[in-house]
Design a protein around this ligand. Structure first.
Ligand code: UDP
Ligand code: MG
Length: 355
């Protein structure tokens, strides 16, 4: 089995020497081949030089150098594009994602899960501000992006080859990898862990960068902000209609009403309501156009029975493609099949892979 480890790095010269001491020693204990794919996200310090030197000494170290800073989500995408492993793990380079967890992640993968996520049950070495903003981020994401997003789960994840093939089909510009994983509905399990402090260096996420990531996540998964306009417009219109009755009553029966007040109030409320409603309607169409431009697959297939993949293999997102001699994707690794009723599903998947 080949394990690919994808590590996005941005100005991490302090932490890389520690990483190169710790990570390989953990990986040597795991019974599998591995490759380390570093994505240098446009670092301006000596990160690229350290990575290039490591790659010269060990061919299992691979480096993808971005021309500028494209962000961690783009770096993860590049890593998944170039990973060759049967399983691919995405992890931070600062050792906040403990490499020791790889052992249990691989165990879960061998049980047949397509995604092994990790959940932080405690966060060491982070300021109160960071903890509060992070927990607000996760609850906002769950409400606005996808309710299946598990809280406190970052990008430290293992993906089966089938899951990686599926994710590669998403080429949208504004990316939020955790949202994509939830959207795909992959077979997922969660491992809980205590998150240690950074081994060295400082966080690369300023509050502004975190806010941008939150907005990317919301805007690429939900048209709620646009719909809010329509809802506000309709509410204002109904309120306007109700208040118009009162304004007419006041004009006729209350002598102290200033001349022109009633008509001004009525027109103001009704026209504002109508304008917001119209903007909301346009927004709804814009939201649909946005959805179309993302060109996401219409559906994602998990398992299938008695189905040949020929002809449509390139168009369909298939996490566990069926065996077929003329399947255009037949060279792909097949993620272990899980038979939920069977007790010895692990043995079954091993036998399948050997065949
Ligand atoms: N990172 C990146 N590009 C960026 C910001 C961060 O590749 O624009 C990398 C960074 O080098 C690290 C990982 O993403 O390996 C997580 O970043 P960080 O540790 O700063 O985030 P935090 O753990 O503080 O949320
Ligand atoms: Mg970190």
């Amino acid at each position: 089995m080949l394990l690919s480890i994808v590590l996005p790095v941005y100005n991490e010269q302090e932490v890389l020497p520690v990483l190169f001491q710790v990570l390989p020693s953990v990986l040597e204990k795991i019974d599998c081949d591995y490759e380390l794919i570093f994505i240098d996200d446009g670092s301006r310090d000596t990160t690229r030089r350290i990575l290039n030197e490591a790659a010269q000494q060990d061919s299992r170290v691979k480096v993808l150098g971005f021309s500028r800073n494209f962000g961690q989500q783009a770096a993860i995408t590049a890593g998944l594009d170039f990973a060759n492993g049967d399983a691919v793990v995405v992890m931070d380079a600062d050792l906040q994602d403990p490499p020791e967890l790889l052992v249990s992640m691989i165990e879960q993968f061998k049980q047949g899960f397509d995604v092994v996520s990790t959940q932080r049950i405690a966060r060491a070495g982070e300021s109160l501000f960071k903890k509060v903003t992070a927990s607000a981020f996760y609850s906002l994401m769950q409400r606005a992006v996808d309710e299946r997003l598990p809280p406190q789960c970052g990008d430290f994840r293992l993906f089966s080859r089938g899951a990686v093939q599926a994710i590669r089909k998403f080429r949208e510009q504004h990316r939020f990898m955790r949202g994509l994983v939830a959207w795909l509905g992959l077979r997922e399990t969660i491992i809980r862990f205590h998150r240690p402090a950074r081994a060295a260096g400082e966080t690369k996420y300023s509050p502004m960068k975190l806010a941008k990531l939150a907005w990317t996540a919301i805007s690429s998964f939900s048209a709620m902000p646009l719909k809010a306009c329509l809802i506000a417009g309709l509410l204002l219109t109904f309120f306007g209609i109700g208040y118009s009755f009162y304004a007419v009553y006041a004009a006729v029966f209350v002598t102290s009403t200033a001349p022109g007040w009633s008509s001004l109030v009525c027109f103001q409320l009704l026209f504002n309501g109508a304008t917001l409603t119209a903007v909301g309607l346009v927004g709804d169409y814009v939201g649909r156009i946005y959805d179309e431009t993302k060109q996401r697959p219409l559906y994602v297939l998990g398992d299938s029975v008695n189905i040949q993949a020929s002809g449509c293999a390139n168009r369909v997102v298939w996490i566990n493609p069926p065996d077929s001699s003329d399947d255009q994707n037949s060279h792909l690794y097949r993620a272990p099949q899980v038979h939920r009723d069977s007790e010895n599903h692990a043995q079954h998947s091993d036998a399948k892979r050997a065949a």
